[in-house]
Design a protein around this ligand. Structure first.
Ligand code: FES
Ligand SMILES: [Fe+2]
Length: 371
């Protein structure tokens, strides 16, 4: 019988894993001296850039009486709430001025904080670190420190091109992620004359191994049933092409293709916006075909087409999910999806107990499916 370990049976906090970096907005949409709204893990945020161009992220609610801070005034340094004019340092959220206080009123203004989140710009995106929540009812203090820098697209030479694209999906992060790692939908969803048809389906065998917080589909020569790979081998004049696909918590898929001195690398994230809504952001970097005209446009077109096919599929799937149907995950094609749910449980369990996380994959394993 197929095992069930499905989204609707998960604890609610499993949809919103804290203690990780998340992509908030494309960097080219965040302008100096301006404020932008964003939502991550159902947390309303206001994101901006100071006068020097440094990004910041605050909770979009004034600690006084909850006015959205994005409605306030920002001069490139301090943010002034639009309701009673309290002013905050945008980088740590500390209150700097309460205009209603008289000179003999001794309220310690600098002990008041608007919620502030570690914020970094990396590969065309503004990333925000979402820490574990504090005790219920507690106000905000100084911002948490992120234990490591935000994730980065791996690059293998000093010159390369970069592009990004994004798509919103009306499904939970779980369906977004398992849709992304699901090998069996390819022949049905991603048909194109230059890629593959449903008749090119054949048996495959792939090796997987555990990595910290995730798993890797080990390097191999990719499917011969696609024309672009044949072209690439010819162009790179390489004996072999290797690819590796990693998934790691909470939401990161990286893909690396290397052929001789040429490479293509991408970092895709599925970000929980709300419990029932997620967004896919793909950032790709490459040094292939850098001098051939139109290739970046062509690559972007191909990627955009794949993402649009996935987006459209999930939009339709959301229709079916509305009535909470019974679902299943089958071996071997849905095994990566099972690992994803097991990794999340293991992560939450290790947080609960304070013990090191037990990886659900004890050893490397080969999976077989037709796609
Ligand atoms: S609600 Fe922001 S200053 Fe009062
Ligand atoms: Fe897909």
């Amino acid at each position: 019988m197929p095992e069930l370990d499905l989204p609707q049976r998960q604890a609610t906090d499993a949809l919103m894993l804290t203690g990780f970096w998340y992509r908030a907005l494309p960097a080219d949409r965040v302008h100096r001296n301006q404020l932008h709204k964003a939502t991550l893990l159902e947390i309303p945020l206001v994101i901006g850039r100071d006068r020097m161009g440094k990004p910041f992220a605050l909770r979009d609610a004034c600690p006084h009486r909850g006015m959205p801070l994005h409605c306030g005034h920002f001069d490139g340094e301090n943010l002034e709430c639009g309701y009673h004019g309290w002013q905050f340092d945008v980088h740590n959220g500390q209150c700097e001025l309460i205009p209603s206080l008289t000179s003999d009123q001794k309220l310690k203004v600098d002990r008041i904080y608007a919620g502030s989140y570690p914020c970094e710009e990396q590969d065309h995106f503004v990333w925000v670190y979402i820490p574990d929540p504090g005790p219920p009812g507690a106000g905000f203090g100084p911002p948490a420190e992120a234990p490591e820098p935000s994730p980065e697209v791996e690059k293998f030479s000093s010159k390369y091109k970069v592009a990004y694209l994004q798509a919103e999906m009306p499904v939970s992060i779980d369906h977004g992620i398992i849709g992304l790692m699901d090998p069996a939908h390819g022949p049905f969803v991603h048909q194109a004359w230059w890629w593959r048809t449903r008749h090119s389906i054949h048996e495959k065998q792939k090796h997987f191994e555990p990595i910290p917080n995730g798993f890797r589909m080990s390097a191999h020569t990719p499917s011969s049933n696609s024309a672009p790979y044949k072209l690439l081998r010819l162009y790179a004049d390489a004996d072999s092409i290797t690819t590796a696909i990693d998934f790691r918590l909470p939401n990161i898929r990286t893909e690396t293709i290397r052929a001789g001195k040429y490479w293509f690398s991408s970092l895709t994230t599925v970000t929980p916006i709300t419990r029932s809504h997620c967004r896919i952001d793909v950032v790709a970097a490459w040094n292939l075909f850098r001098w051939v005209p139109f290739v970046p446009e062509l690559l972007k077109y191909v990627f955009a087409k794949f993402v649009e096919q996935d987006r459209r599929t999930m939009e339709l799937q959301a229709e079916g999910l509305k009535y909470n149907p019974h679902l299943m995950l089958i071996d071997d094609a849905d095994r990566p999806a099972k690992w994803y749910f097991q990794l999340k449980s293991a992560y939450l369990e290790s947080k609960r107990t304070g013990q090191p996380m037990t990886h659900p994959m004890p050893a490397p394993i080969t999976l077989k499916w037709r796609s």
